[in-house]
Ligand binder design. Sequence first.
Ligand code: ADP
Ligand code: ADP
Ligand code: ZN
Length: 219
Amino acid sequence: MRIILLGPPGAGKGTQADMLSKKLFLPHISTGDMLRAVMGSGMELGQKAKAYMDKGQLVPDNIILDIIRDRIGRPDCREGYLLDGFPRTLPQAEALDAMLAANDNAIDVVLNIQVPLELLLERLTGRRGCLQCGTIYHQLYSPTKTEGLCDACGGSLYQRTDDCEASVQKRLEVYEVQTAPLIAYYEKRKTLQFINGNQPAHAVMLELGQVLGLDWEKD
Ligand code: ADP
Ligand code: ADP
Ligand code: ZN
């Protein structure tokens, strides 16, 4: 199954993709995580991407499309994948459709996670991530048992530099202008499902299960 998780920054795409990936045994492909990994590697591409990301702007489509083409062409993607944070512009969505069509494939479902915009600032400024295993936490909504340390692996928590208030405001504007039009794009293709993201993360996951026709209540 090929799934896209759509929604504004802070909607819970990464949180849900982590859970879905374990349940569906599909790779979780986050362009944001991939860009941050390249940044950490000291490669020139990373420096280029960082300049955009720090300002809260999108990285140019051609860079993102090169990364995605390479990633979804790998053997672990043969049975499908979860796309988180891609596509983010209409040209990216069109290029993805063309890439898939060339192999007689298509996206099966687009899950649009909806959260009122006024809640997103608090979600993003309170977000923390584990440096070691990537688990996502929130200072208020999903705190760790020991402050600053990951429950899963004991690694240290960090705050993304673009989760400061100024970058978040910019990213939300960018979302409205460049990414929100994808909702209409996928609605036309009848692959879009709306998910209420304004409920506890576990409840969001149950709703995703229902929409995908999977019964997770008993798990
Ligand atoms: P968020 O949690 O805000 O959804 P991501 O980790 O998905 O953040 O993305 C962080 C940043 O990485 C974005 O603000 C953007 O600069 C860049 N980025 C990630 N995915 C894309 C993409 N598909 N197209 C362009 N830029 C991207
Ligand atoms: P995205 O990938 O869409 O940017 P994340 O999954 O990283 O979003 O979530 C953003 C922040 O909100 C994180 O700190 C996460 O712990 C928290 N969060 C995710 N889902 C929920 C939820 N349903 N209720 C409250 N907080 C949530
Ligand atoms: Zn960890």
